[in-house]
Design a protein around this ligand. Sequence first.
Ligand SMILES: [Ca+2]
Length: 353
Amino acid sequence: MDADADPQSTNRRKPRRRPAWLVLAALAAGTLALTSCQPPSPSPPPVSSSPPAGPAAAGDIATGLAAPWSMVPLADGTFLVSERDSGRILEVGADGTKRTVGEVAGVVHQGEGGLLGLALHVGSCPSQEPLDPNNPCFDVYAYLTTADDNRVVRMPLLGESGNRGLGPATAIITGIPKAGNHNGGRIAFGPEGLLYTGTGDAGNGNNAQNPASLGGKILRTTRDGGIPSGNPFPNSPVWSLGHRNVQGIAWDAQGRMWASEFGQNTWDELNQIRAGNNYGWPVVEGMGSDSRFTNPVLQWPTSEASPSGIAIAGTTLYMAALRRERPGPKQSWWASWADCAMWHQRRKAACLS
Ligand SMILES: [Ca+2]
């Protein structure tokens, strides 16, 4: 969730309101999904505002979660869910049962900072050598705000379904700027198995254009935090720059990377991410004519939606978004399947084919 959407944010463009009820929706609850596709066009394709013809809401899976921010599926059908404010990771069963797996040490919740993104990767399994391919062990990666910075840590996921716990945390990436808002926070492993981390400008747009800052970037590292070969800048984890607040990253079947961008006053964006490219913030918001910067593939007025998590199924990109109720005929809230902290009233579409 972007800080702009947080009631405590001091830099939001409009007040947002979170529903009193929090719902972890099923995948089928993709009511907020972005389903209408437009043919590729050299100019930004129009954003559909028509109701999606895709998945229908299946109902609540789990309620009573405190600012759930990220969730990752496990092979047994359960989900790991991060609670931003409490710093807890929970396992949530398909029947809605909730259980605390552990509390991530060092989480300091302030504004939209706290325990944010989660990701899973096969771990090193020190007690299980050689690795049993039929019973791998996993590490949980978590992006969190601490007293000093934003960082990514790794913890062994212990135990079995219904009895899971967390091993000790190892810092993987440290020194990402923190603030009350624009903390970024989305992490995911790309198709080649490397770790991508979306950061925010921490309320200081200069960070996004400063190659020495980890703020306002998408980072690419090894699972240990090292700099992999092929990164665009020497000895740097920076994969792309010029971002305001990246809270959604995903890859399509062709291996192309996409990211959502939460705009300030004018345009939200969907960007196709390429190594070394500069996406313009804070010099340009939305489409521009400066050849130094890469324009978004899609943009829409910030009054329509506030984008966060994204996911791709087939050629449809689903984007969770938050928007307060508008004047006029009352519309319903929909729960996001992509990120349970996100809500929206409008659907955004992107055709990736
Ligand atoms: Ca941009």
